[in-house]
Structures are given as structure tokens and as C-alpha cells.
Design a protein around this ligand. Structure first.
Ligand code: G4P
Length: 526
């Protein structure tokens, strides 16, 4: 096997997603602990944008700086190289999360045993389903009172619309929680609450081993045997191929805070999770094992220091080997560029790297050359697909409040849009600029950054809109008729494409019924 194939085969690039508070940060931290990437629990905590921070913008700004370092966490675990891509916890940054999901090969979903499937998890799962991303589910907080595990499995299946297959099973829950039986490996882990250390493992031969009775008592051992029998009866044998094609989600139980059930998850994960997968470009499918380098920008992070308007562009390596100082083509501009200081993200530290492989993320310092979705190659004309913008749901007119600074405002808006902070539309009727976001927080972020990074001042004017959708039609006359009828509600996006701004769900439905020849799209990629 070539060195390239070796490097690809040992890589696992994934994201952990959850509804805020289910335990994503805690689980991430425990995985890093196992990888020896950090030495004490609590080290990742500060990465999180607390859900209470709806208007505490300074706090977010502070945390944004920290989150550059923790956006990607790479570490070695045995022979494997693991890359965890962080996703923002706050739902107002959901768009960031969607984009991050385009750069991972699989996902771990964390669910709180007491709360079950929550709203944000449901939404993120939809994105995974769209892309057939393989998913593993970790049911967390078993040390607390929660729901019956069978009930949770049913709910996961119904709410996440995916078949599930338990690969570990809890012995009791809450105060009586005694441990997790590892179905995947036929072993038993006993529960000794400990936030720093890994729990104790009892070696057993199979589920009838009397050492289980000795460890947890006969009553619980019997209950476990009954449960396992039921599982074997109800759920088909676990098949890795079904997991890899996104048909079945293996489920693990545990307590991230107590480092319980985490190693079972990690050990199984490295064995079954996909290696970097082929990526679809507009022109063709690119296989990671191809000699020539290719990659795309999935995230741009602005510098914290307002005096240096530099950013870091996060590039996911899709094929070949990325090398420092090698000439690469920036496909959108046609320019050839060399990168003298690309960084890798190992153990929360940024280091300059000489090379990177498919599955890896490279941070490239940038001063405004990159846009989200840009492709870099060894020379081939490629455009990676799959970085859609979703229809925003909140809209405001943006107004300049300092006429002397209109150029700065213009530039600031352009660059923030390139970073993917929000979407810009221009109303075709009155020429006014509209910013569309998925959450209130973005408006604050934009206003703050325009002032502090560009010296421009803006004010928001309310705009009551339901949804912006991209429209197209094969019938030019029908399209013209639609645009004429709805001229007050027509806008263009930054690429000049037609966007219909529906002011209510009713209006949107009526428009869809009245104009059957028009196609309405709810994401920018169609
Ligand atoms: P998030 O990133 O998904 O938002 O969740 P995070 O890991 O921050 O966890 C949310 C809360 O749940 C934290 O408590 C955390 O300590 C707790 N938690 C995580 N895993 C477990 C578990 O297995 N069992 C129990 N009982 N609790 C768990 P917090 O009070 O919000 O934060 P902190 O003050 O403890 O840091």
C-alpha cells in the first residue's frame, strides 16, 4: 500500500452534534482525554458559547477567539488519526454547523437520556440524512434518572427517522446505574463514578458468565440477559455496511461526565467509522487516493484582533497530499497561490504543517482571497458541491448611519458575507439591502464587527418576512409573469439570482399553487 493510502485509512474525521446541554462538550473532552491530547478534564469547557448568551456579545467575542483553536481537534488514538470538527452549540449559528457537516465523513449524535430527541438534533439529523452521513448515537447522562432505554430507542427511530441498533446496554439507570454491557465486544464495564479516570472493566466470556452475577447481583444480571435476548429478537444483527450507507445508527449508552461508556464508543467508532470518502465535484467524483491535491474551504474564521483584518480559511483536504509552499490553483479566481504558513490542529494547538492528507483540515491565513465553498487544486478545474446556503428566516434592512463611511460599510458587508455570517439580498423594487440570517444573534454579530473591524456604523430596520426562496423556471414567460406580479417582493442574491421574499407561509403556498411552472428552492444549491 502506498503511503497515501495508509494515511487515508487511518483517518477518521467527524463532528459531534447535539441539542445544547446534552453533553457534546463533555464527550469531546473525554475523547481528547483518551487520545492523550489533553490531560485534565475541564480543558475544553471554555470553547462553548453558552446558550444564555443571547445578547452578551462580549462573552461571545471572547469565546470566538478560543474557538479558533478548538474548531478542529486532531489527535492520535492507537494507529488512528482522529479529527473532531467542532460545531457551535448556539442554534443561531446553525448555518455554521450545516457547513461543517459537509466536511466530515461521519457524525456522533449525543442525546440526553431524560430529554430524548430535542429540536436541534432533529434538524441536524435532516442534514445528515440528506447526505447519507453515517451516524452513531450516544445516549448520555445514564447516571441521572431518565427514560427506559427501550423507549429511548423507539423515540430515536421515530424522531430521527433512522433504524437503530444498540451496541451497548445499560444496567439500570440513575442512582441504581451499575454499568454498561458492551454488546459489540461482549464485555462488561462497571460503573465507578469518576470524572477524570476511566472506569473498571470486568472480563467475561459471554452474557451467561457468572462473573456478571458477582459483579452486579443476580437480579440485575438476569434482567440484563432478558434485555439482551429481547434486543437480539427485535433488532437485526449489526451490519457495518448498513451503518456506512446511513441506513442504521448504532447506539451506545453511558455518562460522558463520568467517563463511562465513552471508551466503548471510541473503540467501536475507530473500527467501523468511515475513512475519508470520495467527494462529488460538479465535474466528477474525486477519490481521496488520487495523487493530485484537491480541497475546499468550508469555514472562514475572522481574526480576533480588529487591527489585523486577517482570517483563517479552513480547508478540508479531499484528495492527494497537501504540501506547504506548493503551488495550488484557486479555482474561482484562477490564481496560483502558495501557502507558507498553513496550520494543522493537533491537540488544540495550532502548528505550522508541511503536509496534510485527505480527512485533515488545514488552516490557511488569509487576507480576503477566500470565500466559503472555494476549491483549491493542483491545477485541475474543479468545483466542489454541497455547501448550500439555507433559506434564511429572519430579515432586516441594513442602513448606513455614517455617510462618511459608506465605502467601509460596503466592504465590511461583502467580507462578512464571504465568511458566511449571513446572506445579502437586494430588493429589486426599492434597491435596499436586506440581510437574512437564521438567528437574532447574527444581527448583533454583524453590527459589532462592522464597527470594530471596519469602522462602519449601521442600523437595522425591521422587515417582516417569512422566507426567502430561490426561484427558477424553464418557461421564460412564466418566470417573467411571476416576477411582474410579485415585483415588490423580488430580490437578487449576491450572484444575481432571483429570490422571492414571501411575507407569510400562506403567501408562499398560494404562489406555489398559482404558478405551477415556477420551481421554489429552499437552499441555494439546486
Ligand atoms: P453541550 O456541549 O451539549 O451543551 O453540553 P455540555 O457538555 O456542556 O454539558 C451540559 C451539562 O450537562 C453540563 O453541566 C455537564 O456537566 C452535564 N453533563 C454532561 N454529561 C453528563 C453526564 O453524563 N451526567 C450528568 N449528570 N451530567 C452531565 P452544567 O451544569 O451545565 O455545566 P458545568 O457547570 O457542570 O460545567
Amino acid at each position: 500500500m502506498s503511503q497515501l493510502t495508509d494515511e487515508i485509512n487511518r483517518r477518521r474525521t467527524f463532528a459531534i452534534i447535539s441539542h445544547p446541554d446534552a453533553g457534546k462538550t463533555t464527550l469531546t473532552e473525554k475523547l481528547l482525554l483518551f487520545g492523550g491530547a489533553i490531560h485534565i478534564a475541564g480543558a475544553v469547557k471554555s470553547n462553548k458559547i453558552k446558550k444564555t448568551a443571547t445578547s452578551d456579545w462580549m462573552e461571545i467575542e471572547k469565546q470566538r477567539g478560543i474557538s479558533v483553536a478548538t474548531s478542529v481537534m486532531g489527535f492520535n488514538y492507537g494507529d488512528y488519526k482522529i479529527n473532531i470538527l467542532d460545531t457551535p452549540g448556539h442554534q443561531d449559528f446553525a448555518e455554521d454547523t450545516y457547513r461543517t457537516l459537509t466536511a466530515v465523513d461521519s457524525v456522533i449524535i449525543v442525546v440526553d437520556v431524560a430529554k430524548g430527541v430535542e429540536q436541534q438534533t432533529r434538524k441536524l439529523m435532516e442534514v445528515c440524512r440528506m447526505r447519507n452521513t453515517p451516524v452513531i448515537i450516544f445516549v448520555n447522562k445514564l447516571d441521572r434518572e431518565g427514560r427506559d432505554p427501550f423507549e429511548i430507542l423507539d423515540e430515536l427511530e421515530a424522531e430521527l427517522k433512522i433504524n437503530v441498533r444498540p451496541l451497548s446496554w445499560p444496567i439500570n439507570i440513575g442512582a441504581k446505574f451499575k454499568g454498561v454491557y458492551n454488546i459489540y465486544e461482549n464485555s462488561l464495564d462497571l460503573f465507578t463514578p469518576n470524572k477524570q479516570k476511566v472506569s473498571e472493566r470486568v472480563e467475561i466470556d459471554d452474557v451467561n458468565d457468572s462473573r456478571i452475577d458477582d459483579a452486579v447481583g443476580t437480579q440485575d444480571a438476569e434482567k440484563l440477559r432478558e434485555d439482551l435476548e429481547l434486543i437480539e429478537g427485535v433488532y437485526p444483527e449489526f451490519d457495518t455496511a448498513d451503518y456506512l450507507s446511513g441506513q442504521v445508527a448504532p447506539v451506545f449508552f453511558g455518562s460522558a461526565l463520568n467517563t463511562f461508556g465513552v471508551k466503548e464508543l471510541l473503540d467501536c467508532f475507530v473500527q467501523i467509522a468511515p475513512t475519508p470518502r470520495p467527494v462529488q465535484a460538479e465535474e466528477r467524483k474525486i477519490d481521496p487516493t488520487e495523487e493530485n491535491f484537491s480541497g475546499f474551504v468550508f469555514k472562514i474564521h475572522a481574526n480576533m484582533d480588529p487591527n489585523h483584518r486577517s482570517c483563517i480559511a479552513f480547508v478540508k483536504v479531499c484528495s492527494g497530499k497537501f504540501e506547504r509552499n506548493a503551488p495550488y490553483k484557486h479555482v474561482r479566481s484562477g490564481k496560483v497561490m502558495k501557502f507558507a504558513a498553513p496550520t494543522a490542529f493537533m491537540a488544540q494547538k495550532k502548528n505550522i504543517v508541511d503536509e496534510a492528507y485527505p480527512g485533515d483540515i488545514v488552516g490557511i491565513p488569509d487576507t480576503g482571497n477566500f470565500k466559503i465553498g472555494d476549491t483549491l487544486t493542483s491545477g485541475e478545474q474543479l468545483h466542489f458541491k454541497g455547501l448550500p446556503s439555507f433559506s434564511p428566516e429572519m430579515f432586516k434592512y441594513i442602513e448606513n448611519t455614517d455617510p462618511m463611511k459608506s465605502k467601509q460599510l460596503e466592504k465590511g458587508i461583502q467580507q462578512l458575507m464571504d465568511e458566511g455570517v449571513a446572506q445579502l439580498f437586494t430588493n429589486q423594487f426599492n434597491g435596499r439591502k436586506i440581510i437574512g440570517t437564521v438567528g437574532q444573534l447574527q444581527f448583533e454579530v454583524i453590527q459589532y464587527r462592522l464597527l470594530h473591524e471596519y469602522g462602519a456604523q449601521c442600523r437595522w430596520e425591521p422587515l417582516s418576512m417569512f422566507k426567502a426562496c430561490w426561484i427558477e423556471s424553464d418557461d421564460a414567460e412564466a418566470l417573467a409573469a411571476f416576477k411582474k406580479r410579485k415585483h415588490q417582493f423580488m430580490a437578487t442574491d449576491r450572484e444575481g439570482r432571483d429570490v422571492f421574499m414571501a411575507d407569510s407561509n400562506y403567501v408562499l403556498q398560494m404562489a406555489q399553487a398559482d404558478f405551477p411552472k415556477i420551481r421554489f428552492h429552499f437552499s441555494s444549491e439546486f
